[in-house]
Design a protein. Structure first.
Length: 221
């Protein structure tokens, strides 16, 4: 019996060693240690600055012209009308013989930069949690959410994302959204952020400290 167990242990040990060696030299090797996902840090200007609006709430591009501007336009209208009636006697410039005219090509527009999720700190989350216009999403499961969560965060479990799509598509794509999970090695918040970016949301932030850091620091205050 002992020899059988010993032989089995030797076989298992040898198999593990062979697998590790193969993984090291394989072009498709797997990471044996989970890598920490690094995100760019969010600046305060990106977090707390909203789109500028006029004091009246009306888009300045659609605002009516001032009264003085209207008067100047009315005085210039007759002169502009007479100028339009007078025939233009200036001969049109003719292209030189043998020279072909070309239509100016339209400048190529730079491609729009793809939005990416950015990391937010505890201090930034503290400020954002006091803003009712910021949406917090807890990406953990319902049991963990029920044990405690940040403010009025909504619970959208990442693995049940499809179930929440009807509600998610109703959210303004310009809304600031902070996603979090347990923190540390938790990947639920990162996956949720990627899902939101795929649906066209542009201001998605990840609180990588997560619930663990929030609870610890809130308890210390």
């Amino acid at each position: 019996m002992k020899s059988t167990v010993m032989n089995a242990g030797i076989i298992i040990g040898a198999s593990v060693v062979i697998a590790l060696v193969y993984n090291v030299f394989s072009p498709q090797s797997l990471d044996l240690v989970r890598k920490k996902i690094e995100l760019p840090s969010a600046s305060d200007s990106a977090l707390f600055a909203d789109a500028p609006q006029s004091s009246s709430g009306m888009d300045t591009a659609m605002a009516p012209p001032a009264r003085d501007t209207l008067a100047v336009q009315m005085q210039q209208a007759p002169a502009n009308a007479n100028a339009a009636k007078a025939p233009d006697k200036t001969p049109a410039a003719q292209p030189a013989e043998g020279v072909q005219t070309s239509v100016a090509s339209k400048p190529t527009e730079a491609p729009e930069e793809k939005p990416v999720a950015k990391n937010v700190t505890y201090d930034q989350v503290m400020k954002l949690s006091k803003d009712p216009n910021v949406l917090f999403i807890d990406a953990r499961n319902a049991d963990e959410y029920g044990q405690g969560h940040i403010g009025n965060a909504r619970n959208y479990f990442t693995h049940d994302f499809e179930k929440h799509i009807p509600e998610i598509v109703q959210i303004d794509r310009e809304k600031r959204i902070v996603v979090y999970c347990g923190g540390g090695a938790c990947e639920l918040s990162h996956e949720m952020a990627e899902n939101l970016l795929t649906f066209g949301f542009k201001r998605v932030f990840v609180y990588t400290g997560g619930w663990d850091e929030w609870k610890k620091k809130q308890g210390a205050n």
